[in-house]
Design a protein around this ligand. Structure first.
Ligand SMILES: NC(=O)c1ccc[n+]([C@@H]2O[C@H](COP(=O)([O-])OP(=O)(O)OC[C@H]3O[C@@H](n4cnc5c(N)ncnc54)[C@H](OP(=O)(O)O)[C@@H]3O)[C@@H](O)[C@H]2O)c1
Length: 322
């Protein structure tokens, strides 16, 4: 076989491997590789990790996962009782690696931005350091574009964007002083591809990529890292808690157990692998969301043609099984 034929064979084989992973996998290729061969989860031992939105869903599962690897935790959300429940589960799962003093329950409404600095001081006073801030608190949305009240856009930005940016700025100033640290953002596939009927939500998640993409570039020659997590549909309280078009409303629906969603446990595991390896941006979603994401990012014209053919109803089916 000639040298050129060998190269051709290699390219074809590589395409087959990619295709197989696109069709069967639930992560982008980089995250898949780290998950299979170098998850690095042991590196969390004795790291101090602050998770917002830790009372349920993905944030709760990230906390449970990290506790198994001995990370010291700060758990934040508004529901104090749920946070204590998560704390107790974390201590159990840590199998002796963590004591009650290693997990600080710090109830907070993240939109109360004026209190961020004093919360941050609490964390440093308690643990003497912070290694990783996971900005996970957030709410989605289900609403028709033209019906959305501007108050909803503002509320979504206050929660999903400004609280995240403000808390992260405090953390980054501290990371500058100590010379290292990591900011983690729970974005969404909706932060890459705008999903129909979630305009304010899409905009908040796209804004996070803008803000934190800039931070990553500014810190390129430092030991300060930015990891953006992009899950597709995941089982959680998300749909019930979603914003609607009207200010003050919640969507209120729950998922059906048969929906094509990733479990919050799987999403949290993959998120922890991405965080441990300081990956820049990680996509995680069940088929067919992941190949659709690749197609939309790399072949936008083809992807929009397909969208015109199959319509937004299919998109709704994929997202909410409706
Ligand atoms: N589930 C999905 O399909 C999906 C997909 C992509 C991305 N995400 C992202 O994942 C993150 C977590 O969502 P989830 O799916 O795990 O939903 P979830 O179960 O509803 O969890 C949301 C968390 O955010 C907290 N939170 C909400 N408002 C808050 C506030 N004002 N202050 C402090 N904490 C607040 C909630 O706790 P309290 O109510 O106790 O405050 C809860 O702990 C969100 O950023 C979301 O955008 C989710």
């Amino acid at each position: 076989m000639s040298f050129l034929s060998l190269i051709g064979l290699f390219v074809v084989l590589k395409l087959f491997v990619y295709l197989a992973l696109f069709l069967t996998g639930d992560t982008d290729l980089e995250l898949w590789w780290y998950d299979k061969f170098k998850n690095n989860l042991g590196s969390f031992k004795d790291k101090v990790v602050w998770i917002t939105g830790a009372s349920s869903g993905i944030g709760e599962q990230i906390a449970l996962n990290l506790s198994k690897h001995g990370a010291k935790l700060i758990l934040s959300a508004r529901s104090q009782d749920k946070l204590y429940h998560v704390k107790n589960r974390c201590i159990e799962l840590s199998e002796g690696k963590l004591t009650a003093n290693d997990i600080l329950v710090l109830p907070m409404d993240v939109t109360h931005i004026a209190k961020h600095l004093s919360f941050f001081d609490n964390v440093i006073n308690h643990f003497g350091k912070l290694d990783i801030l996971v900005n996970n608190a957030g709410r989605s949305q289900r609403a028709v574009w033209e019906d959305i009240e501007l108050g909803v856009d503002r509320e979504a930005f206050e929660l999903n964007v400004f609280s995240t940016v403000n808390l992260s700025r405090i953390a980054v100033k501290y990371f500058n002083q100590v010379g290292r640290g990591q900011i983690v953002i729970t974005s969404s596939i909706a932060g890459i591809i705008p999903a129909p009927f979630s305009a304010s939500y899409n905009a908040t998640k796209h804004a996070l990529h803008g803000y934190f993409g800039a931070l990553r570039r500014e810190k390129v020659h430092t030991n300060i890292h930015v990891t953006i997590l992009c899950p597709g549909p995941v089982f959680s309280n998300f749909l019930k808690e979603s914003f609607t078009a009207r200010h003050g409303d919640k969507y209120g629906l729950t998922h059906s157990p048969t929906d094509n969603r990733m479990s919050a446990e799987r999403c949290a595991h993959l998120s922890c692998v991405a965080i441990a390896n300081k990956l820049k941006e990680s996509w995680m979603a069940k088929f067919p969301i992941l190949p659709i994401t690749y197609l939309t990012v790399y072949y936008p014209v083809i992807s929009y043609k397909l969208y015109e053919l199959y319509g937004y109803k299919i998109a709704q089916k994929l997202r909410d099984n409706q």
